[in-house]
Ligand binder design. Structure first.
Ligand code: ATP
Length: 202
């Protein structure tokens, strides 16, 4: 199966791109969703977290209290390592499982940290959703109702625009309307269909 990684900074438009690819019949595996699935109630992931961090990181309904956990690992690299030791292998296994079940002409792995986390080892081709920083800032603030300072802090913790672009096979620019983005997605989709077909011939 030809695996296309899609990445980009916060609010760059990854969901807008992958939503449209889904309407074109492409299966999308979303790494953010996978990260939540592996710590749902009843999973070995949540059990391992409770075993190490205690019942205090559970909400009344038995779900994971992400805010409490974030507070613990925020400035504690040792605890962060323990948490990642629990979640990362499970995330990788679940991504591999979902990718292997896909039956569309190619499959997309969408991840904000595709390049940072090593998840690009799953991919044959990497697409970056690229957007000028001022547009990214404006759209993200509007969507999340967050302060400029917070969004800038998150952007600073991610790969910078040029580094991300340099590590991509191609990019799609999301600096115009959503209609124009959809047109660009369709053109990219045609190209990806050819690449996937060529790869399966080899
Ligand atoms: P995150 O990594 O934070 O989940 P994302 O990369 O998935 O973000 P989106 O949620 O797709 O980004 O887009 C961010 C916001 O910008 C959304 O509110 C979306 O509707 C809006 N948006 C995306 N593309 C455009 C566009 N071309 N024109 C106007 N608004 C847009």
């Amino acid at each position: 199966m030809f695996v296309v990684g899609i990445t980009g900074g916060i609010g760059s438009g990854k969901s807008a791109v992958t939503d449209h690819l889904e309407t074109l019949g492409i299966t999308v595996v979303d790494a953010d969703k996978v990260a939540r699935v592996v710590v749902e109630p009843g999973t070995s992931g949540l059990a391992a977290i409770v075993e190490h961090f205690g019942e205090d990181i559970l909400l009344a309904d038995g779900g994971l209290d992400r805010a409490a956990l974030r507070k613990i690992v925020f400035d504690n690299p040792e605890e962060r390592k323990v948490l990642e030791g629990i979640t990362h292998p499970r995330i990788r296994d679940e991504i591999a499982r979902q990718l292997s079940q896909a039956s569309s002409p190619y499959v997309v792995l969408s991840s904000p940290l595709l390049l940072e986390s090593g998840q690009n080892t799953f991919t044959d081709y990497v697409v970056v959703v690229d957007v000028p920083e001022e547009v990214q800032l404006r759209r993200t603030m509007a969507r999340d109702d967050n302060s400029e300072a917070l969004v800038k802090q998150i952007m600073a913790a991610q790969l910078d625009r040029q580094t991300r672009l340099a590590r991509a096979d191609t990019s799609i620019t999301n600096d115009a309307s959503l209609e124009q983005l959809c047109e660009r997605v369709e053109a990219m989709h045609e190209d990806l269909l050819v690449r996937a077909a060529t790869a399966s011939d080899q």
